[in-house]
Design a protein around this ligand. Structure first.
Ligand code: IPD
Ligand code: CA
Ligand code: CA
Length: 258
């Protein structure tokens, strides 16, 4: 077994099967923090993915939202898996069909593989370093948009409401105000940039499992993912802006001024 595209696809499909087999029979629990929930399906998906990785690569480090979330030395690990067993749990619990399994694989901080799979709609985004990014089987290229006067921008609900307010203020200060989208799954929203259904995404207080796989997907399709200082983001960067380079360059000053 190799740590490659087919293995990641195998992991995502197996987890999707587990989640979908639960149907609507899952329990919802409240986690500490604002609007933070977890369901039986999150735990079941995580277990399946971790068991499968451990059975083939027992020495690899695993960073996963629900039960293995210690980020110490994550950027130094020779082999690390970064897992969100369900990104968009709030959508999942209300049956909104906009949630995904997100799995990234990195060596020494460099993302090598990433998959984001909407297990309700079977939409699959996948990228391998140096080999492009794909939506289902179609290769994606982030649209080269030169100006920000007619773009769609996604933001998210940050665990710190002041940060969400700040992002809304930034968007309101752009003339004309962009088409604003808040859909509740950073992994899917960032991946959407690669296929042009969203042009930029701004979010604070994120965790590595929210972004790792999608970061590679955007970069492999020709887009960029930066921190708020304008530097290349790592999967540990909590504050990120993603999009086509020219769009990100024009949005960054608004973030600096806010
Ligand atoms: C959440 C989603 C959401 C973002 C939140 C995340 P979860 O992840 O990615 O879009 O705004 O900050 O916590 O909790 O559904 O895995
Ligand atoms: Ca998440
Ligand atoms: Ca999650």
């Amino acid at each position: 077994m190799k740590r490659d595209k087919s293995f990641l696809r195998h992991l995502a499909l197996k987890a999707a099967h587990t989640i979908n087999a639960l149907g609507e029979g899952f329990e919802v629990k409240v986690k500490p923090g604002r609007g933070n929930f977890v369901t039986d399906a999150d735990f079941a998906s995580e277990q399946v993915i971790m068991d499968e990785i451990r059975s083939h690569f027992p020495d690899d480090k695993i960073l996963s939202e629900e039960t293995a979330n210690d980020t110490t030395d994550a950027l130094k690990a020779d082999h690390i898996w970064i897992i969100d067993p369900i990104d968009g749990t709030n959508n999942f619990r209300f049956g909104r069909h906009y949630s995904a399994i997100s799995i990234g694989y990195a060596t020494k901080g460099e993302l090598q593989e990433g998959i984001v799979y909407n297990f309700s709609t079977q939409e699959l985004y996948q990228a391998s370093k140096g080999n492009g990014a794909f939506y289902n089987e179609i290769q994606m290229q982030t649209p080269q948009i030169p100006r920000i006067d007619n773009i769609s921008v996604g933001i998210g609900n940050s665990s710190d409401p002041k940060r969400t307010q700040k992002h809304l203020n930034i968007l309101a200060s752009i003339e004309p105000v962009p088409w604003v989208s808040i859909r509740g799954s950073s992994a899917l929203e960032i991946s959407e940039i690669a296929r042009g259904s969203l042009n930029a995404y701004i979010h604070s207080c994120l965790h590595p499992w929210d972004v790792a796989a999608a970061m590679l997907i955007v970069r492999e399709s020709g887009g960029v993912v930066k921190n708020f200082k304008g530097e290349e983001a790592t999967f540990l960067s909590p504050d990120i802006i993603a999009g086509y380079k020219d769009v990100v360059d024009q949005l960054l000053p608004y973030i600096h001024e806010s």
